[in-house]
Design a protein around this ligand. Structure first.
Ligand code: LMR
Length: 394
């Protein structure tokens, strides 16, 4: 039987991780996978995470199962973190998942259960694994224009025109903040227009929010998600704790199903639990417990927020350093967008050949679509990258 298996296409981001590992050059620079690194190249365990783990180690007296939707304390804390008070808690079904990807996968399956013929509108470009999972599940996708190759900002007119073709029963997948892979984001007025399109078309929004706290701050990054959730009859939200808590390998995420009709909540909650049971039964608990411990303890929460702010500001500093270094070297403002983008990534907007040249000639690794992980830089490597970009002729 197993001889019938066919080789599956490699995930480009993960394949790049391996290539970087295999490169013997000491001067190599990894701007590939979306993992935060400090100035020494380390992905640190955050202080509050260490303290929470310590507390858990001391106090936890059982590792028996939690609930199918995970520990309710985690669900409550995450609903508050992501949604603030934008919608009543009673209107939100929430289930812990293995990471943000787990939440996305469960959301797509939920959509399929509710509406097998739903089309999912996806930004062009989007995170490649969105497309890969949708294809794997056999779901129809419709790309909507998003990135403007000229300005390296959002092609907002194109986006709106494409979204207006959605209908009730379709799903519009939106990145809540820090768009992956481009780093180009909507401003608040543009979000208002998207909300109007959602209301006019009746399409259901699904928001992927994996980088809350990495763009303009915890509340600012969630503002659009909150506004959308409060303005439409129903909404799905897939949130990740991998990046903002730095607990990548603990696989901690949550799927929320928000309904303006509180009577739908029981069915939503029960279906989320059912879906968990079918796919993996109980979700992982360790990361979720760390997150709940931090969010429910004033001192830990304050420290976590302070460290997250440092991380965010470090990335913003690297963005402006890179933009000004490139301005100096190129004598033009054409790289100014790097300082405008938000989150971990920026799409440089160059060809796969140039990306390859950067890798071969300079040992600089970025994803083939020219997505760079800004957090892979430090103040010493920014000038090296800037010089390489100019040297290869971008
Ligand atoms: C990324 O986009 O690099 C991250 O979300 C990691 C991943 O799983 O692809």
């Amino acid at each position: 039987m197993l001889e019938n298996l066919q080789a599956q296409p490699a995930d480009k981001i993960l394949a790049l991780m391996q290539m970087y590992k295999d490169d013997p050059r000491e001067t190599k620079i990894d701007l590939g996978v979306g993992v935060y690194k400090d100035a020494t190249g380390l992905t640190p365990v955050m202080r509050a995470v260490k303290s929470a783990e310590h507390q858990i180690w001391e106090n936890q007296d059982s590792k028996s199962y939690t609930g199918l939707a995970g520990d309710p304390a985690f669900g409550d804390a995450m609903v508050k973190l992501v949604l603030g008070g934008a919608v009543p808690r009673a209107n939100v079904g929430a289930a812990a998942t293995p990471g943000g990807t787990g939440a996305i996968r469960q959301a797509f399956e939920l959509i399929q259960m509710a509406r097998p013929d739903a089309r999912v509108f996806v930004s062009n470009p989007t995170w490649p694994n969105h497309l890969s999972i949708l294809k794997y599940l056999g779901m129809a996708t419709v790309p909507y224009r998003y990135f403007d190759d000229e300005t390296r900002g959002v092609d907002f007119d194109g986006m709106l025109a494409d979204l207006k073709t959605a209908k009730k029963g379709d799903v519009i997948l939106l990145h809540g903040c820090c768009h992956n892979p481009t780093g180009a984001n909507l401003n608040p007025a543009q979000w208002d227009e998207v909300i109007k399109v959602l209301q006019d078309t009746g399409a259901t929004p699904m928001i992927d929010i994996a980088y809350q706290g990495f763009g303009d701050g915890l509340d600012a990054d969630a503002a659009a998600t909150r506004k959308v959730a409060a303005a439409v009859p129903e909404c799905l939200i897939a949130a990740s704790c991998s990046k903002n808590f730095g607990i990548y390998r603990e696989r901690t995420g949550i799927l929320m199903a928000v309904s303006s009709d509180a009577s739908a909540q029981n069915l939503n909650q029960a279906t989320l639990a059912f879906l968990n049971r079918q796919n993996f039964s109980f979700p992982p608990d360790h990361g979720a417990r760390i997150v709940a411990t931090i969010l429910n303890d004033d001192a830990l929460r304050t420290d976590w927020m302070a460290e997250l702010e440092d991380i965010r500001n470090t990335m913003l500093g690297l963005r402006s350093q890179l933009a000004s270094e490139l301005q100096r070297l190129s004598g033009s403002d054409r790289f100014g967008f790097l300082a405008e983008h938000r989150g971990m990534f920026s799409r440089l907007g160059t060809s796969p050949e140039m990306v390859e040249k950067l890798r071969v000639d300079h040992g600089i690794y970025m994803v083939g679509d020219s997505r760079m992980n800004i957090a892979g830089l430090n103040t010493q490597t920014v000038p090296i990258l800037a010089k390489a970009i100019i040297d290869v002729g971008i």
